[in-house]
Design a protein around this ligand. Structure first.
Ligand SMILES: *Cc1c(COP(=O)(O)O)cnc(C)c1O
Length: 388
């Protein structure tokens, strides 16, 4: 073990099972370790570096703002924050944005919006948030409560009350649950990421949205992982012909800087008023300047490119030796393999390809602009390792 790895093991909290590799530099979809070995980055920091490592346009946008004003309290206006909020609203039909620093925090904001909206509209007993089993919504105590996976809950009782979990795909069951529990909101991922890269069915999502509208329950979508071009549309809900009342996003939004956002539709745009919510770092001008440059580049041409690359991956891997299925949407890909996913990951790392897992699957979240020849090399390596 290298000296640095020893220091990290000794002093950094043991919450991560790191691979024995130190990443020291990179460019686009290629990264390099301490020995100069090159890897193709098929995980992009778990869907964060939307345009890869040290992307020039993004660096220029963030660095220019860094040299101007790196932070200002939310007592004053700053340009990147206002312009990014306008861009997000224009592109989604939403009305207002609250900026946070992470996915979990963006979800916390959605939950506060739902609770306050329902309490004022229907009464404080309408406080329950319905989420899905096998979902993932974050690591704070409240977003853990929202997360429908018991193994995340066990050691941290008591969690925030007011969350129930329905079965993905079971529209009637969730309707009954929402009524029985006096739901304020239903919160879903259109494609469950951590839960194993599982896309929801069209009818299920449409049915939930219609039911929420009828019952004046907020329909909220967690786009932390699926957002910002990942699924081949700007936001994943756009693949389903629905319009959420509110959505959260983070990961790819900042292109590598910590930024989360809660987007609120006209229906709930005024729910949060003075003093109802806040964040010291939220809306940081450097993060917002970087994000603005990212969003502007996620145009129709880029989204078509994302869909084309997704199609290529699916065509190549579906039915390949040692691969039993492909799931997901766009450049959010789950691969079911005959070999254990962990073994595949290790072999790929040796071949110079960094991938992720999600439950029992190998998961790919490459940069949206990964060059085709680099993608081909990675896909061939995956095929080779799975076939061995
Ligand atoms: C990653 C993720 C989160 C949590 O985001 P953090 O930035 O780690 O707080 C929440 N929801 C989904 C769907 C995610 O994929």
């Amino acid at each position: 073990m290298s000296n640095l790895q020893q220091i990290d093991k000794q002093y950094v909290a043991g919450t991560y099972n790191r691979f024995p590799v130190e990443i020291v530099s990179g460019k686009g979809s290629l990264v390099y370790d301490e020995n100069g070995k090159e890897y193709i980055d098929m995980g992009s920091g778990i869907g964060v570096t939307a345009f890869g490592i040290a992307d020039e346009e993004w660096v220029a946008a963030a660095a220019a703002q860094l040299a101007k004003v790196q932070h200002m309290s939310n007592l004053y206006y700053t340009e990147p924050c206002a312009l990014l909020a306008r861009e997000l609203c224009t592109r989604t039909g939403m009305a207002k944005v609250f900026f946070a620093n992470s996915g979990a925090e963006a979800n916390e904001c959605l939950i506060k919006v739902a609770r306050k909206y329902a309490a004022e509209k229907k009464g404080p007993e309408y406080s329950t948030i319905v989420t899905l089993k096998n979902s993932f919504h974050g690591r704070t105590l409240t977003t853990l409560s929202a997360t429908g996976q018991e193994h995340y809950h066990e050691l941290f009782q008591p969690l925030t009350p007011g969350f129930v979990h329905g079965e993905a795909g079971d529209l009637e069951g969730i309707k009954a649950l929402a009524k029985q529990e006096k739901a304020a909101a239903i919160l879903i991922e259109c494609v469950q990421g951590e839960g194993g890269v599982i896309a929801m069915e069209q009818d299920f999502v449409k049915g939930l949205a219609a039911f929420c509208k009828e019952e004046d329950i907020l329909f909220m979508v967690d786009e932390v992982q699926t957002g910002n071009g990942r699924t081949g549309q700007l936001y994943a809900y756009m693949n389903y012909g629905v319009q959420p009342d509110a959505l959260s996003t983070a990961k790819g939004l900042g292109g590598g800087l910590p930024l989360g956002a809660a987007l609120m539709s006209q229906k709930v745009e005024n729910v949060l008023g003075f003093g109802d919510h806040g964040s010291t770092f939220g809306g940081n001008p450097v993060c917002c300047a970087g994000a603005l440059s990212i969003l502007k580049r996620i145009d129709d041409k880029l989204l078509a490119e994302v869909r084309r690359k997704a199609e290529y991956i699916r065509e190549q891997l579906e039915g390949a030796k040692g691969i039993t299925g492909i799931t997901g949407m766009g450049l959010m890909v789950g691969i079911k393999t005959e070999k254990p996913a962990g073994e595949v990951l290790k072999a790929l790392m040796e071949k110079g390809v960094l991938c992720l897992t999600a439950k029992d699957k190998v998961r790919l979240l490459p940069a949206l602009n990964i060059p085709m020849d680099v993608l081909e090399r990675a896909v061939n390596a995956i095929k080779d390792v799975c076939a061995e």
